[in-house]
Ligand binder design. Structure first.
Ligand code: GAP
Length: 474
């Protein structure tokens, strides 16, 4: 299993992901996507958008990040969207109390203290109030993982929503929040979309967009950040049909990850034991990250909680009325909620491959290949003139310009051809096109495929169609 540091380092030096505001020392929990990162992010989103909205029963929306503050009262976020926080009086370290206990349990397991770990895990499962977490920490003398101190403050609930002010006056009357999930932008538009698109349940609304959470502890690169992106879909259904639709969407979402190159053994479903205030059934799709299993997407059966709450808070009817049968109801909702940026991290970890190679002289070497599915690869093709003379650069540049009109491509003239291949392998480019002496003579080029390293000679004029076909059939 690749180390997380290896992924972070590759992501930085090849231009996938940088620390936010790095020249100022970085901003905790925020990351920037570099030239290759934006392409990868775009490709992931495009695949999700096509899978989720290029069907008759799902429409898209792009709601604003800032929403009426009543939204968050209705959704329960103002009162309930908080994590238990604890401070160590000596070290001044600040922790999420449940995470502190979880990490302690992990340490017990590593020391083979299974009974103690199991007992603590059961207590953690049952905990819900700040005092429950506090008692576990104090009774078990759980130390600060950095300083070892057990001098703790009480546990307080910390609301994760970022607050800001709308307009020029910063008083409590103008307080608004950066959305902590994109889902509410869908709920408040339910009626608009149902009416304008003449939809009737079962139907869905999908959205991709940024969300913000003032997480107490950020960790593991893109896994838990303060600014991130989500890809969410709310599927509005007749009450009572939720068990079948829940199963349907579980399968759809699982298959999307499989289709995009994540093997089944790196994925699992983890049903929620403790349900959120809005859910009657919930499961997570988890991915095996370098640090262990972690959620990448949640599938939640949210009943009519959100629409009913918005109905109550806004005073507007949010129901479906069947004009023929006169049947009327507030739909139930199945939600699929994936992290785009957390998903990107899973795709990066999954793609990373080290291969041992032996050259013709028996010399051993290691090649690093990012084995993205080709449609996710940031760069689809690279074009190399074998040498910088004899008409090759002119031929190659012309071909590159042609390829570039269709695909994100790179042109590379520097270093031995083997080194150029390796540079492209390391960023996951599926096709490398080399222009050699024969190309100038007879108009053919070689195309080398990333995973097999096999080369094929084809007419240069067919290169665009060749790449197209391969991408379509990959
Ligand atoms: N609308 C439901 C909802 O937001 P969630 O389980 O809190 O559910 C859904 O979040 C997904 O959003 C997660 O599976 C994860 O991929 C992503 N996500 C949540 N918090 C995140 C964070 N702090 N950093 C990165 N991604 C996050």
């Amino acid at each position: 299993m690749v180390k997380l540091e290896t992924i972070i380092s590759l992501a930085k030096h090849r231009g996938f992901v940088f620390q936010s505001s790095e020249i100022y020392g970085g901003l905790n929990g925020c990351w920037d996507f570099g030239p290759l990162g934006v392409e990868l992010l775009k490709n992931i989103k495009e695949s999700w958008w096509k899978a989720m909205t290029y069907r008759q029963d799902v429409e898209g929306v792009d709601a604003s990040i800032l929403m009426h503050p009543r939204t968050w009262e209705a959704s329960g976020h103002v009162t309930q969207f908080s994590d238990p926080m604890i401070d160590n009086k000596q070290s001044k370290g600040r922790y999420r109390a449940d995470n502190l206990i979880e990490e302690y349990i992990d340490r017990l397991r590593k020391k083979k203290k299974t009974d103690q770990a199991d007992a603590l895990e059961a207590k953690l499962e049952a905990a819900s109030e700040p005092i429950d977490y506090y008692n576990i920490i104090v009774e078990n003398q759980i130390p600060d993982p950095v300083s070892g101190s057990t001098d703790w403050t009480e546990v307080r609930n910390f609301n994760l929503m970022f607050k800001t002010f709308i307009g020029p006056v910063d008083d409590s009357a103008s307080t608004i929040y950066l959305r902590p999930e994109s889902a509410q932008g869908i709920f408040v538009n339910f009626k608009n979309i149902m009416d304008s698109s003449r939809m009737k349940p079962p139907f869905g609304i999908a959205q991709i967009g940024k969300a913000f959470r003032n997480e107490i502890n950020t960790k593991n690169f893109l896994f838990r950040t303060r600014e991130f992106e989500q890809m969410e879909m709310q599927y509005f259904i007749k009450p009572g049909s939720d068990p079948e639709w829940f199963e349907y969407w579980k399968e759809q979402r699982w298959n999307w990850y499989i289709k995009n190159g994540i093997p089944a053994e790196s994925l699992r479903f983890k049903d929620h034991e403790k349900l959120a205030h809005y859910a009657n059934r919930a499961t997570d799709i988890e991915f095996m990250f370098p640090f262990g299993w972690g959620e990448i997407e949640g599938i939640h059966s949210r009943t009519d909680f959100d629409l009913k709450a918005h109905q109550e808070f806004s005073g507007k009817k949010l129901e479906y009325v069947d004009t023929v049968t006169k049947d009327r109801y507030v739909p139930y909702v199945i939600e699929t909620s994936g992290g785009t940026t957390r998903g990107l991290m899973a795709f990066l970890c999954n793609a990373y491959t080290e291969e041992k190679l032996t050259d013709d002289n028996g010399k051993e070497d290691t090649r690093i290949v990012m084995k993205f599915v080709p449609k996710f690869s940031p760069i689809k093709a690279a074009v190399f003139p074998l040498v910088n003379k004899d008409g090759m650069p002119e031929f190659a540049e012309k071909l590159f310009n042609k390829i570039q009109t269709e695909f994100k491509a790179q042109y590379d003239t520097s270093g031995a051809i083997g080194r150029r291949y390796r540079r492209q392998d390391e960023i996951g480019t599926p096709f490398c096109v080399t222009v050699d002496g024969d190309s100038v003579q007879n108009g053919t080029v070689t195309i080398r495929e990333r995973d097999t390293m096999q080369q094929e000679r084809i007419p240069a004029e067919n290169a665009v169609a060749y790449i197209h076909n391969k991408l379509m059939n990959a």
